[in-house]
Ligand binder design. Structure first.
Ligand code: ADP
Length: 451
């Protein structure tokens, strides 16, 4: 207020002096008029100054709110104390808002980073069930078209009434639900979904999508495995028990039948023991119990040992087995394991090749790896089975495999053994033409060679 009354001080003093000097009534009137005019001028001048300062303050505040470069603060020396105080309060409010804003931005960025870092897909909907936010994982899972995910209704993204109902229930009734669904397509995916309301004072819902495809596949593999093992064991056991009982109940005295039955019992018990051996080997490999002795393995030696074992079977079917492996081809691996791999592949080649065919084994060095190809002129494998034949108990033709004495575990063992030696196995095949199983192993190192 000092700034308003200061300008009034001068005319008031002048009037006072004139009054004192002249002391006449007419002059007093003139002096009073002069004083009033001075008052009015002072008030107008003071109001203009306040208006100017307030306008400048308003412009500065608006400019800050809109983020335009800050205007300089009032350059007038006569800035009113009240205006200056107001400007100070606005400045401190602005600073406070700025810091809260920065904090909120930081929190929003952290939330986005956490959501996008998650394996689970997430979407958030508004009260009407329209998706308003989602993370990167969900985009990966749903692979939406150009329309994207935000702004879409659940049914437009996933054609599933159950999910749509769950979202609407969460939005309207505030209830949570869990469901599982399969997204069809080239690679079908199984999703376990949990839908929850956002909160009491927060309308809308959130859904978390967990991809359980692999989990469900493994569960199925485990269940199939148990079922397969029981079935595989039951077949020879049933045969052994049946023939043993028949022998007990008199057939033992049948000089013609008895030796045949004993022969079957013997064959089935051998099959049983092979099955148990393979199962044990596989379980040891899977639990990494097998201690491999990694050393240099000359592949020509390993292949010729394996070929020796299958020779009688090959000769019985008049199948020609030929080996072409340079003696210099030396892999890094476990000798027994490499031999086992080659034996399983040669055994299969002979098993699935009709009489009179041939089996060739080639060894080469390719791109710094030892490569062995076991090629046959057998029944071949249809493309749809190729990716599955390395699974436990998977057989293209169950009957034929069993007739040939197969356990359905040979290729699975091959895959595991090679995996343990940093190698791998591939297959190429053409039905009724033949198959080529290709194994890759690391080349022997100079250090191991001298050791
Ligand atoms: P099996 O004991 O039945 O031979 P494997 O695990 O060794 O079990 O092989 C799995 C399946 O792959 C076999 O049942 C057979 O259908 C197919 N298979 C393996 N090797 C060959 C081959 N050389 N030619 C044709 N089919 C093969």
């Amino acid at each position: 207020m000092r700034d308003i009354f200061l300008p009034l001080l001068l005319p008031a003093t002048v009037v006072l002096v004139v009054l004192m000097v002249l002391g006449t009534p007419g002059t007093v009137l003139v002096a009073a008029l002069i004083t009033m005019a001075g008052f009015v001028m002072a008030i107008i001048a003071s109001r203009d100054s306040v208006q100017r300062q307030l306008q400048l303050l308003a412009r500065r505040t608006r400019g800050r709110a809109e983020g335009t470069p800050a205007l300089p603060s009032s350059s007038e020396d006569d800035t009113l104390e009240e205006v200056a105080n107001l400007a100070g309060a606005i400045d401190s409010l602005h600073a406070q808002l700025n810091s809260q804003n920065a904090q909120l931005t930081q929190e929003a960025r952290t939330l986005t980073a956490v959501l996008d870092g998650m394996i689970e897909g997430i979407w958030v909907t508004d009260a009407e069930g329209t998706v308003v936010r989602h993370n990167d994982a969900l985009r990966e899972m749903l692979q939406p078209g150009s329309a994207g995910i935000t702004g879409q209704r659940p049914l437009a993204l996933i054609r599933n009434e159950e999910l749509n109902d769950a979202v609407m229930r969460a939005c309207r009734e505030g209830s949570s639900s869990r469901l599982e669904l399969t997204l069809e397509g080239l690679f079908p995916r199984t999703l376990a979904i949990r839908v929850t309301p956002l909160g009491k004072d927060l309308p809308g819902s959130a859904a978390v999508f967990h991809d359980v495809t692999e989990l469900r596949r493994l569960e199925k593999v485990r269940k199939d495995f148990v079922a397969n093992v029981s079935h595989e064991l039951r077949t020879p056991i049933t045969a052994i028990r049946g023939y043993a009982e028949t022998l007990q109940s008199g057939a033992l005295k049948d000089a013609e039948m008895a030796p045949k039955m004993v022969e079957i019992i013997h064959r089935q018990s051998e099959r049983l023991s092979e099955l148990v051996e393979d199962l044990l080997e596989l379980s040891r490999l899977e639990s990494r119990e097998v201690q491999l002795k990694i050393a240099n393995v000359p592949l020509a030696v390993a292949a010729s040992r394996a070929a020796e074992t299958v020779k009688p079977k090959a000769a019985g079917k008049n199948i020609h087995v030929e080996l072409q492996l340079p003696p210099t081809l030396v892999a890094r691996g476990d000798e027994r394991a490499v031999e086992q791999v080659l034996l399983n592949l040669l055994d299969n080649a002979v098993k699935y090749t009709p009489a009179g065919g041939r089996v060739d084994v080639f060894g080469t060095l390719e791109e710094g790896r030892c490569v062995v190809r076991v090629k046959d002129t057998g029944v071949g494998i249809e493309p749809k089975h190729l990716s599955r034949i390395f699974e436990r108990f998977y057989r293209v033709d169950k009957g034929r495999s069993r007739d040939m004495g197969g356990t359905g575990l040979g290729l699975s063992i091959v895959k595991h053994l090679l995996g343990a030696m940093e190698g791998e196995v591939k297959v190429e095949s053409q039905p009724n033409v033949g198959s080529v199983f290709v194994i890759f192993l690391p080349v022997a190192t100079a250090k191991a060679a001298s050791g």
